[in-house]
Design a protein around this ligand. Structure first.
Ligand code: PLP
Length: 412
């Protein structure tokens, strides 16, 4: 249905941007993206077709992971990763509280017990010393059952996977990188450069292609792994656990006629449509440009905030090479100033957001697991505010944001 067929109030609703001025995040869809999605709509395949395969190949190439299995969203990718790495009722799932709730929720879907490990108060990343402590404590209580660790490369800053994997091996735990924020991020270990999501130091990783992320599919995600068996099972489970001989699942392909479809495991409908895959493939071509813009804008923010009057009020975590700059987070000395800054920016039509309220503070988690406070996460959360950062944000718009924050700092 074209927009013109809709009633005026509905049309207005669709046309209205979610935020009137500068949003905190925004996708960049160009004419080529629109053309490839249109082409799919005229093709015989709307799901599980050639674009999906091409997108998966391109994702594997971009991240360096051997296998990529594209799914309906990042949460589905995390859920599959948890299941495939052995999460089940009674398992222990360890993650960071400074993340989107999905990282922990997916563990709960499997019936796992969730424990939060404290983060570095400056970067918000899982702290490996705290991780070791938590694992040692659980081992002493003899309660380490199928342990899983989900570190998050939060904001686009790569988490220290080599160290985390070493600790995991000590305790027989598996590692899943939540790379929803970090497509294109690079890390270094003793001179070896590896990409976020490569699974070089993890059993699996999950990506998200939500519109605020590095590339956008509307909704979308990918399960990444270096293990052929895990990839095969992920393909099976994203489609109800049903084997189809004509889709050539490797492994136990059932004997029988071509029409045969047999469910061998309990899976889900986590399939990605061809429209999503085509859009993702088209967006992925522009990933180097998107990253360049994000890094350019992050550097401009960083440099601006080193000077008076910002330097008295705002702290900015250091930018490191390889940072994929998904979010640009600044820290105010306390939540009162942060909240005032949020309102001040909002009154000038500038969006910002808090990433994140620690997951253990969500009412659902408090009710389920009780009151919890971790000092690093609390410190991080207290004054954090993510400023607008997305490739389409112009330098002039960014200057306006910086000037507005300057005005705010003058009121403090
Ligand atoms: C860190 C993190 N993990 C997982 C997810 C879940 O991804 P999706 O929204 O695609 O399900 C998100 C999405 O915002 C996220 O930010």
């Amino acid at each position: 249905m074209s927009l013109s067929l809709l009633s005026q109030p509905v049309r207005d609703k669709f046309r209205r941007r979610p935020f009137g001025g500068i949003p905190y995040a925004c996708q960049w869809i160009d004419e080529e993206d629109i053309a490839v999605v249109n082409e799919v709509l005229r093709s015989p395949y709307l799901t599980q077709g050639p674009c999906l395969e091409k997108f998966e190949e391109a994702l594997a190439k971009t991240t360096g992971a051997r296998y990529a299995v594209a799914v309906s969203n990042g949460s589905a990718a995390l859920h599959l990763a948890d299941v495939l790495c052995g999460a089940k009722p009674g398992s222990l799932g360890i993650t960071s509280p400074i993340t989107f709730a999905a990282t922990a929720n997916c563990l709960l879907y499997c019936g796992a017990r969730v424990r939060f490990v404290d983060v570095n108060a400056v970067t918000g990343l899982m702290d490996s010393v705290n991780l070791h402590e938590v694992l040692a404590e659980e081992a002493e209580k003899d309660s380490l059952k199928n342990p899983l660790i989900l570190p998050v490369s939060f904001a686009g800053r790569p988490v220290e996977l080599p160290r985390i994997q070493k600790i995991a091996q000590q305790f027989g735990a598996r590692v899943i990188e939540d790379a929803a924020h970090s497509l294109g991020a690079e890390n270094e270990n003793h001179g070896e450069v590896f990409s976020s999501g490569s699974c070089r130091y993890s059993d699996a990783a999950a990506l998200s292609f939500h519109p605020v992320k590095h590339i956008c599919c509307g909704e979308g995600g990918a399960f990444l792994t270096g293990d052929a068996k895990l990839a095969d099972r992920a393909r099976l489970l994203r489609s109800h656990g049903i084997l189809k001989p004509f889709e050539g699942h490797t492994g136990a392909t059932p004997q029988g006629p071509q029409w045969l479809q047999e469910q061998t495991e309990l899976g889900w409908n986590y399939r990605m449509t061809e429209m999503q895959a085509a859009l993702g493939l088209s967006q992925l071509k522009r990933l180097p440009f998107f990253l360049e813009r994000r890094r350019h804008l992050a550097k401009r923010y960083y440099e601006a905030f080193q000077n008076y009057p910002f330097s008295d009020i705002i702290k900015t975590p250091p930018l490191i090479p390889g940072h994929a700059c998904h979010l640009f987070v600044v820290h105010f000395p306390n939540s009162r100033l942060r909240d005032s800054a949020y309102e001040f920016l909002r009154s000038r039509q500038i969006g910002s957001q808090v990433h994140y309220k620690p997951v253990y503070r969500h009412p659902y988690y408090e009710k389920k697991f009780g009151f919890q406070r971790l000092p690093g996460a609390e410190k991080y959360f207290e004054g954090c505010l993510s400023l607008p950062l997305y490739p389409k944000l112009g330098d002039t718009e960014q200057d306006r944001i910086v000037e507005t924050i300057k005005d705010f700092c003058r009121t403090c």
